[in-house]
Design a protein around this ligand. Structure first.
Ligand code: PEP
Length: 241
């Protein structure tokens, strides 16, 4: 997740990642998705066309059709320029007014057009202190995924808000407990296997050494470290080391 960073010249930073990935022994097991700002989706998709690396967007409008929504882009428009994934419900968007209801509509629209969704959930520091993390996550999951039956194109990203961009990370014990709870909740909702659960929040080459030991974590949503090819490659290397 590059967030609101990067211009066309930032795509050069992918050269090193592409070079590394070509000869990386575990590349068949590794799925990488870059989510740049919308302005870079098309150029990035072209650049990565002959690689295993996919491109996603960071948000979408909930409408299925074109409409008078100045400044917005819907999931069909994102797909049209090369996105195959879309992040929905990121805390930075929830913070500026995105509700569970809107998130649910966005998820429905994105799935309808064939995008895979990376649905973000997570508690604030205050909620964690009040020990209501499970209640918060349960609400976000059940409202966000309301009336969604097929989990095939769904990925969940558990991102404790207090951990995003702060260098603070949950203990292994806490993370094991929370991710187990998330998977149990998802299994109940879909009445089948849980979709993959990613962890996000200050993931770097160092913290990944701890996270990789947690069985419930199926992957990572990387913010800050994804913008530097060196830091990003470090995460992949150390995950398999
Ligand atoms: C994010 O952008 O969702 C994120 C987890 O950021 P960071 O890796 O910088 O904490």
């Amino acid at each position: 997740n590059w967030k609101m960073f990067g211009g066309l010249n930032s795509l050069n930073s992918l050269n090193k990642v592409l070079k590394f990935f070509k000869t990386f022994k575990k590349n068949k097991f590794t799925k990488i998705v870059y989510c740049p700002p919308n302005t870079l989706i098309q150029a990035m998709s072209k650049k990565l066309a002959n690689s295993q690396i996919k491109v996603g967007a960071q948000n979408c409008h909930a409408a299925d059709n074109y409409g008078a929504f100045t400044g917005s882009v819907n999931s069909f428009m994102l797909k049209n320029v090369g996105a195959q994934y879309v992040i929905i419900g990121h805390s930075e968007n929830r913070e500026i007014g995105e509700t569970d209801k809107i998130i649910n509509l966005k998820i429905k629209s994105a799935l309808k057009c064939g995008l895979k969704i990376i649905f973000c959930i997570g508690e604030t520091l205050q909620e964690r202190k009040k020990k209501i993390t499970k209640k918060v996550l349960n609400k976000q999951i059940s409202l966000g995924l309301s009336k969604i039956k097929d989990n095939k194109n769904v990925l969940i990203a558990y991102e404790p808000i207090w951990s995003i961009g702060t260098g603070k990370i949950p203990s292994s014990q806490e993370l094991t407990k929370t991710t187990s709870f998330i998977k149990k909740t998802l299994k109940n909702i879909f009445r089948s296997k849980s979709p993959p659960v990613l962890y996000g929040g200050s993931v770097d080459g160092n913290s990944v050494k701890l996270f990789k030991k947690i069985r419930e974590i199926d992957g990572f949503l990387v913010g800050g470290a994804s913008k530097s090819s060196k830091k990003f490659i470090d995460i992949i290397r150390n995950y398999y080391r």
